[in-house]
Design a protein around this ligand. Structure first.
Ligand code: DX5
Ligand code: ZN
Length: 219
């Protein structure tokens, strides 16, 4: 297994200086840039849209990991692909036809992710494994940074690790929500290989980002 990759969630960045913040976590060793897109309908918060993703694209060559918490999601997939997303992750509850949504992402030449809310069962990935490049386990209910890690999700991570290994396919197993220096270790031990971290990455100002990322990776 390759070493743990870290995906800072820019939800915890200074939104007034977003380009600079993305450059800072890039330089600090981020593997992916995790971009949380919220619509005030699928989740109770509103963040950013394709125009901001597009504006950030020149600031980093790292993988843009775009987490869509919007419903309906299909009408906006092409916009995020065009804006510079590399991975587009959707929730099965965000549309009636998840298989079609995944195919749409693939047809645009992007990697496709499926995100499971805390109460969404592992079976949501059934019949989709052949097309997924990433599975995202939400260890908080989506909507806000800074929430506490829901430990029951560790069993889900373990079960998904088994399924991914059995599939023989290269699928990222990413965990999102409440990742700190303590919970990172538990998530890695359960089988996660990509950790999203907002609060923990962006704590302490730009000089602290590299140390924060190194500590998360080594947790
Ligand atoms: C929650 C978002 C997360 C969140 C993570 O809806 O998907 O990416 O920003 O933030 P922390 O690491 O602070 O829990
Ligand atoms: Zn996220």
């Amino acid at each position: 297994q390759q070493s743990t990759r870290i995906a800072p969630s820019i939800l915890s960045a200074d939104f007034a200086r977003l380009g600079e913040e993305v450059r800072a976590v890039d330089t600090a060793g981020a593997d992916y840039i995790h971009i949380d897109v919220m619509d005030g309908h699928f989740v109770p918060n509103i963040t950013i849209g394709p125009a901001v993703v597009s504006a950030l694209r020149p600031h980093s060559a790292k993988i843009f990991d775009v987490h869509l918490m919007i419903s309906p999601v299909d009408p906006f997939i092409a916009d995020f692909a065009k804006a510079g997303a590399d991975i587009i992750t959707v929730h099965p509850e965000a549309g009636a036809h998840t298989h079609r949504t995944i195919q749409l992402i693939k047809s645009l030449g992007k990697k496709a992710g499926l995100s499971l809310n805390p109460a969404t069962p592992v079976e949501a990935v059934d019949y989709l494994m052949d097309d997924l490049d990433l599975i995202l386990v939400m260890s908080v209910n989506p909507g806000f940074g800074g929430q506490g890690f829901i430990r029951s999700q560790l069993d889900k991570i373990r079960e998904l690790r088994r399924r991914i290994d059995a599939s023989g396919r290269q699928i990222d197993l990413e965990v999102d929500g409440g990742i700190n220096f303590e919970t990172a270790g538990a998530a890695i031990e359960a089988g996660a290989d990509v950790l999203v971290a907002g609060t923990a990455t962006f704590a302490g100002g730009q000089d602290a980002y590299a140390g924060n990322i190194r500590r998360l990776r080594g947790a």
